[in-house]
Design a protein around this ligand. Structure first.
Ligand code: HEC
Length: 267
């Protein structure tokens, strides 16, 4: 049961999150850690950050004190007042001598980034401590219909707010393929295989073993690949335990030190 929940949740997450960042642009409150720090960090901190050695114009934008400080009567950021915030004039200037970041850096701000900075300043330019040093807060997402597990709850509540909906659930084989590709980079389970065998002394018309609902894990009559090899060798008249060779200081065999002949498979 747990596995089913887990798998469905992950599939939902990877399906939905991709569309969210753009949807953020219009509505919710701008948050320093989520929306602003990444921009400043990428485009400004190289010259206005923590490192005093590379700091330009003695201006720090990584702390509220630095950003709000009065400098010759002006402030880089005046919370809530766009017009009086030097940062806003600098990032929207069309003068290459004035605009920030300096054009030669080749790290221009996109319109969406400027818009986020504008809204952040208008909303009060609130700084937050680095998220790694703040206590995680429990948030209670709005009640929403269609929830199948607790993770859906968060995703659906947000999608609702953005006027979006989940895509319809895909069929099981597609779902399991996506999950395994995402998690392991393989399109199959490394411990699961299905094989069709005919002749060679194998029992005809027999289906052996069973998997869980996803075809992901063997749950009944597990046959390890060593067991399969032992069984095939047995049918070739070879005792897999006696077919040993020495390598790297120990005995190996085709079935390593494992494997059992699966008698149920034999005619
Ligand atoms: C490559 C280094 C560099 C980067 C990156 C950079 N700046 Fe600057 N910044 C400077 C220099 C040099 C000055 C001083 C010269 C000037 O005023 O143009 C300056 C000045 C400023 C000033 C004016 C300070 C004052 O006292 O008048 C503001 C505001 C500013 N930068 C904001 C920003 C913002 C916001 C970003 C990111 C979007 C940014 N800068 C990225 C180099 C940089």
């Amino acid at each position: 049961m747990f596995r089913r929940l887990l798998i469905r949740s992950i599939a939902c997450v990877s399906g939905s999150l991709l569309v969210l960042p753009e949807a953020w642009a219009g509505s919710t409150r701008v948050e320093f850690n989520r929306d602003i720090r990444p921009i400043l960090s990428d485009k400004c901190f190289a010259c206005h950050g923590f490192d005093a050695k590379t700091r330009k114009a003695k201006l720090r934008l990584d702390t509220a004190e630095g950003a709000y400080a009065l400098r010759d009567g002006a402030q880089a950021i005046k919370p809530g007042v766009l017009d009086r915030s030097e940062v806003w004039h600098r990032i929207t200037s069309t003068d290459p001598e004035v605009v920030m970041p300096p054009p030669k850096r080749d790290k221009n701000l996109s319109e969406a980034e400027k818009d986020l900075l504008r809204r952040w300043i208008e909303q009060g330019a609130e700084y937050q401590p680095h998220w790694a040093f703040t206590l995680p807060k429990k948030i209670k997402p709005d009640a929403v219909a269609g929830e199948k597990n607790p993770i859906d709850h968060y995703i659906l509540s947000r999608l609702n707010k953005e006027g979006m909906a989940l895509s319809p659930e895909v069929d099981r084989p597609t779902l399991i393929r996506r999950v395994t590709l995402d998690l392991t980079g393989r399109d199959h389970h490394p411990h699961g295989f299905t094989m069709w065998m005919a002749g060679g002394g194998m029992k005809p018309g027999l289906t052996y073993g069973a998997t869980d609902e996803f075809g992901y894990h063997a749950v009944e009559n597990k046959v390890h690949v060593h067991d399969l090899h032992a069984t095939i060798l047995h049918q070739l008249g070879i005792d897999h335990k006696r077919l040993t060779f020495r390598s790297q200081g120990r005995d190996f065999r085709l079935t390593d030190v494992h494997g059992r002949v699966v008698k149920d498979l034999l005619a």
